[in-house]
Design a protein around this ligand. Structure first.
Ligand SMILES: [Zn+2]
Length: 365
């Protein structure tokens, strides 16, 4: 039995409780509090030194536990520490190689760090790129994605249709299309290893193959321009590069997963990817209107969620264009602290993009 603090998720009241875990069930007792939950129904915060473990309850409540014995209790009840933690520990090897590349480029320090970061990304050894992408996918699978439940016939059809499309300018950028169910709403993303993740939710929202193909074209654009890696390198930027320079790689170890999760693509990258999608759709004689309609639908979906959460996410809207909300799913899996979900907000709808798609479409007729 250990002591903990319970927050009901409605008020800011701290309620002292005692906690036991037995047979994969977490039971807590306190004044006026008596609850038990299956451990598998709870989200458990990552293990960090000097921070309490937090158990997130399905109803929005939280249990904060400072007693270090909680780690043992969790383990004894079948909880496995998520990959992110293990992954951080595996990073030193990759980082050593990465640090080598960066150190080389840092000899060109005077040309400016963003430039160096960009060049580093473009000269990253393919094996390392693969490794970073694999790591990202593992991390996402552990946290935000689940196996796809999309009809295999639909999956196969989309795979086939997209693979039959000509890439712009005769390019043959390798990619691998993966379907996943998303815990955080409709989205698609591109990883440095060439994996394009398409979520069931986006396919359903689109309800139109051409719209999905357009989004896949956009993601292939990110792959082709290596945006994911360039974004990572730019974000690791000044602070970490300087630390590598002075020989402290440890800050990089902690920075990498965080950076992966909270960076959005720059507007320039988004424009490039949109243009790529337009080029690809046109090269195949496909209309852009379905994609424009999908962006509109996504915009509406995000805007609705935004209203409900606006008091929490003011800082999200700094430049007004991006960051249209962290979308949580309704029901049990709703996440109170949705910090990392920004990763999935990288494709907010945007009146300018929609207008552009429609203009191109009209001009082509
Ligand atoms: Zn994008």
């Amino acid at each position: 039995m250990i002591d903990a603090i319970y927050f009901d998720g409605q008020s800011s009241r701290r309620q002292p409780v005692t906690l036991v875990m037995h047979k994969r069930v977490v039971a807590m007792r306190g004044e006026g509090v008596k609850q038990s939950h299956r451990l598998s129904r709870l989200r458990v915060s990552e293990r960090l030194a000097h921070a309490p473990r937090i158990l997130y309850l399905p109803d929005g409540g939280r249990i904060h536990i400072s007693d270090p014995r909680v780690d043992k209790m969790l383990k004894a009840n079948g909880y496995r520490e998520p990959r992110v933690v293990r992954w951080q520990r595996n990073w030193p090897l990759s980082l050593l190689a990465l640090a080598g590349v960066l150190a080389l480029l840092l000899s060109g320090y005077q040309w400016g760090l963003p430039w160096a970061a960009d060049k580093a990304a473009l000269h990253m050894p393919a094996a390392l790129e693969q490794k970073i992408g694999d790591g990202e996918l593992e991390l996402l699978d552990e946290s935000f994605l689940a196996p796809s439940e999309l009809d295999p016939v639909v999956q196969a059809r989309l795979q086939r249709l997209f693979s039959q499309m000509k890439q712009p300018r005769g390019e043959r950028t390798p990619y691998r299309l993966e379907f996943r169910r998303s815990h955080v709403g409709p989205n698609a993303l591109a990883l440095p290893n060439g994996v394009i993740v398409m979520t069931d939710e986006l396919v359903k929202l689109a309800n139109n193959d051409q719209a999905v193909l357009g989004v896949l074209g956009h993601e292939l654009g990110h792959v082709q321009r290596r945006h994911s890696l360039r974004r990572l390198m730019q974000a690791l930027g000044v602070g970490v590069l300087v630390n590598v320079w002075i020989g402290d790689a440890s800050s990089m170890v902690t920075a990498v997963p965080t950076v992966l999760l909270d960076q959005k693509y720059s507007r320039d990258f988004e424009r490039e990817a949109d243009q790529y999608a337009i080029d690809m759709m046109q090269a195949n004689g496909l209309p852009l209107e379905p994609m424009a309609r999908l962006f509109e639908k996504m915009g509406k979906a995000h805007a609705g969620k935004d209203d409900a959460a606006s008091h929490r996410h003011e800082h999200d809207k700094q430049d007004g264009q991006r960051g249209k909300g962290r979308h949580t799913e309704e029901g049990d899996e709703e996440e109170e602290d949705s910090e990392p979900l920004d990763y999935f907000s990288s494709h907010p709808s945007d009146a300018e993009r929609i207008a552009k798609l429609r203009a191109v479409d009209r001009a082509g007729k």
